[in-house]
Design a binder for this molecule. Structure first.
Ligand code: ZN
Length: 355
């Protein structure tokens, strides 16, 4: 048990056995023995390893219960095996933190996710996908307003969202998995907000549309359509741009992006899907975006990255209700007890939002 946890913490930190050995003052061979459960470190070495790996001592002694199942990557990614191991370890560590928090509650105040029911059970056209997105917005009481934090919204509906910072090569494309039957969506903390939001909405599309599409519909395409429709409803699009247009100004797309958190490119697709612009106009806009190198980096200010407060909120709620102790709260938030005391009195930098 100890060995597996040490390996995972080391993988998440990106340190090699040799590097950790140097920091802990032991040989690389000894680290290998620890990881194979052939030897146990003394308390001094344990302390040094905890510091080097950025975890608390308690981390090594939690029982491992979390296993990611049905992991599906969004695209065939060209990540190295080492980078993938690192991201995977980070995901497990974060999921574990959530599971530990949930297990402390007699009745966890977040409901389990259940795929919503719609009147049209079998979707035969991409326009049906549009209706499903609208219907879900209604069921979740979102009206046609922009969604401020998509992570918060999904987490409150029982979908666990993990934002990994372990994507150092910036090649990770997001993935979806299941933990104890709960859906988990993973995005990168290195992406701009509009890309994070599109990936989240796309993965939500998979959860909602899976097994409900007729054979003539491509699930990837349907999920793209769902993502656009969920983030920026057709009614808002038509209200802002009009029902039929001959051309679109780049600034209009920029304003839409800032309002809804949907990229300008996705707004162009959306305008064409809704028949607001012709395919020819769409092509012209694409050409402009390519020629200006805006496909890789859109002009203007980037849309801010997503953040979430649910985890921290539940930690403090649990603390207030006596469900967890101060030291457990500090451990779950990954900070020292003294830092926690300052945070509790609002004297320390913000730990509420994880980005
Ligand atoms: Zn997909």
């Amino acid at each position: 048990m100890f060995g597996e946890r040490l390996f995972r913490a080391r993988a998440a930190s990106g340190l090699s056995m040799k590097e950790l050995a140097l920091l802990a003052g032991v040989s690389a061979n000894m680290i290998k023995k620890y990881e194979h459960n052939e030897s146990m470190p003394g308390s001094a070495v344990l302390l040094k390893m905890s510091r080097a790996l950025g975890v608390r001592n308690e981390y090594f002694f939690r029982p491992t219960t979390v296993e990611l199942k049905e992991v599906e990557y969004r695209k065939r990614s060209n990540l190295s095996k080492k980078a993938l191991t690192r991201i995977h370890a980070d995901i497990i560590n974060q999921v574990e933190r959530w599971m530990e928090l949930a297990a402390l509650w007699p009745c966890f105040p977040v409901p389990a996710f259940s795929a919503p029911l719609f009147s049209t059970q079998r979707l035969t056209h991409y326009d049906d996908v549009e209706k499903v997105a609208e219907c879900l917005r209604q069921q979740w009481c979102l009206g046609s307003q922009p969604i401020a934090s998509l992570i918060d919204l999904l987490e409150r509906q029982g979908i666990l969202v993990i934002v990994t910072q372990a994507d150092h090569a910036e090649k990770f494309d997001g993935c979806q998995a299941k933990v104890n039957g709960m859906p988990v969506i993973v995005i990168s903390g290195k992406w701009p907000g509009d890309r994070q939001r599109f990936t989240l909405a796309h993965e939500l599309g998979h959860l909602v549309l899976h097994h409900r599409l007729a054979d003539n519909l491509d699930e990837e395409k349907a999920c793209h359509r769902f993502a656009g429709a969920f983030l920026l409803p057709a009614s808002t699009m038509r209200q802002r741009l009009g029902a039929r247009r001959h051309a679109l100004e780049v600034r209009e797309l920029y304003l839409l992006k800032q309002e809804a958190g949907l990229s300008m490119m996705a707004c162009i697709y959306r305008a064409a899907d809704l028949g607001i612009i012709s395919d020819q106009t769409r092509q012209k806009l694409f050409m402009l975006f390519s020629a200006s190198h805006w496909r890789t980096l859109e002009p203007g200010e980037a849309y801010p990255a997503e953040s979430t407060t649910l985890f921290s909120q539940l930690v403090f709620r649990g603390l207030g209700e006596g469900i967890l102790s101060e030291s457990k709260a500090a451990e779950l938030l990954g900070i020292s007890l003294s830092q926690f005391h300052r945070t509790r009195k609002l004297e320390s930098p913000d730990v509420d939002s994880y980005q």
